[in-house]
Design a protein around this ligand. Structure first.
Ligand code: ASP
Ligand code: MG
Length: 420
């Protein structure tokens, strides 16, 4: 069996949902698990709803939610005829759940409410698409993923309970696939043992798809995107960027680590662990080769470039000239862990230390406050962090001409340069 994932951009209009239907038609009669994201920018819109609600602006929250509601009702209206009423009834259940919550006063953490509201995006999109497939005679079953994907209550970045989820997939999802039907379910969301909704972090649908592929021992996972495949750089920044038709798990995990917006970084491990190939396919033209990511080592890759603008450099120097030894370093790493900060580059010296971070002022302030006991701290914002894998000296020189280099680190495969 196979697992497919359709991202938000692949289901953000009537035409695109119809296109997804045409792609799926070709797999009719095969057991297929289909993971779908929220339509287009729905997740962002629902974030705004949660923010308004949490700020105590109930009316604004309800109004913003009303917009999301209408978008989905309109999509269903244009897409469906015979299935419309049934679909609307299902959508209304999800609307009501959110609206009830919005009428309350917030008494718990923001992250808790975020997950209860934001999870609606995936529930709505999958309900509409499932009814659409039914109407076009594509046999499918809609599944509330929250019934099988169990997580802890680390809201907004929940961790999977693999044991429980595996048991549920085997007892509940496997039998649905037995009569060669499609199972349509949501990416990005799950639920706790108290039936509270959770989310897995932004762009988490790829990860959901990888989890199911792993547990089901899928033949492969296809992620359908509105691009032709994975590229060597962002073509908006680098017009010379090329498509990479084959990549290893290792390469992709490195790319994601350095900040390439390829796929959710957590996606690779569940696939690599079971040697399941990941196919990035172009949703607009299924005949294009896309990118295959597998355990196979790929030689002769072109330079792969990741540019991170708005990088912050935190320069720390010990107060009293004491050595930056194991103790301060381990204390610092502990703090980074507590604040969930991933340093993009770290360089240590005898009495000083430099860390490159994403510009998240809330986290940086907390980190600076915590490190203030040991270090004098200076911040510089607005820097650019360039990472090149498989660089050539010529390319590096060309890219750094006219730049004021702040920090540079390099291994045989990867060079990172922070510049002004
Ligand atoms: N809908 C979620 C988001 O926009 C999850 C996803 O698309 O993967 O982040
Ligand atoms: Mg997405």
């Amino acid at each position: 069996m196979k697992v497919f994932k359709f991202g938000g951009a692949s289901v953000n209009s009537i035409e695109r949902i119809q296109q997804a239907g045409r792609i799926l038609q070709q797999y009719s009669g095969e057991p297929l698990v289909i993971i779908i994201s929220a339509m287009g920018k729905t997740t962002n819109a629902l974030e705004k709803v949660t923010e308004a609600f949490y700020a105590g602006n109930k009316e604004e929250a309800l109004e913003l939610f009303h917009v999301v509601k209408n978008q989905h009702i309109n999509t269903a209206k244009y897409l469906l005829v015979t299935q419309f009423n049934e679909c609307l009834a299902q959508l209304n259940d999800f609307f009501t759940e959110v609206e009830w919550l919005l009428h309350d006063k917030p008494v718990r953490d923001y992250a808790y409410y975020y997950d209860q509201v934001v999870c609606a995006g995936e529930l709505l999109s999958t309900a509409i698409i499932s009814h659409y497939l039914t109407e076009t005679n594509i046999r499918n079953k809609w599944l509330d993923v929250r019934d099988i994907l169990r997580t802890d209550d680390n809201f907004r970045d929940a961790n999977i309970d693999w044991t429980y989820t595996t048991a549920k997939v085997n007892d509940y999802l496997q039998p649905l696939l037995k009569d060669n039907t499609f199972v349509i379910t949501q990416g990005f969301i799950g639920s706790t043992d108290e039936n509270e909704s959770t989310t897995l972090g932004r762009e988490g649908s790829d990860y959901t798809a990888a989890i199911f592929a792993n547990i089901l021992n899928a033949e492969n996972l296809s992620i359908w995107k509105d691009v032709e495949g994975v590229m060597s750089a962002d073509p908006k920044q680098f017009p010379d960027a090329v498509y990479l038709h084959e990549l290893s798990y290792n390469e992709v995990i490195e790319m994601a680590y350095y900040g390439a917006q390829v796929i959710h970084p957590k996606t690779i491990k569940p696939l690599q662990n079971k040697n399941i190939p990941l196919h990035v396919k172009c949703f607009l033209d299924a005949s294009l080769p896309g990118t295959i990511i597998s355990s196979k080592r790929v030689k002769g890759l072109p330079p792969i470039i990741v540019l991170k603008e708005n990088t912050v450099l935190m320069y720390m120097r010990s107060h009293d000239f004491s050595f930056v030894g194991e103790q301060p370093i381990s204390a610092l790493y502990k703090k980074l862990g507590e604040l969930s900060i991933k340093p993009n580059l770290l360089q240590t010296g005898a009495i000083s230390l430099q860390i490159c971070l994403d510009d998240r002022s809330d986290k940086i302030e907390q980190l600076a406050a915590a490190a203030g006991d040991l270090f004098d701290i200076q911040l510089e914002k607005g820097l650019t962090l360039l990472t090149i894998r498989h660089y050539t000296p010529e390319l590096l020189t060309a890219m750094l001409t006219g730049k004021e280099i702040v920090l540079q680190q390099q291994t045989q495969e990867t060079v990172q340069v922070l510049y002004r």
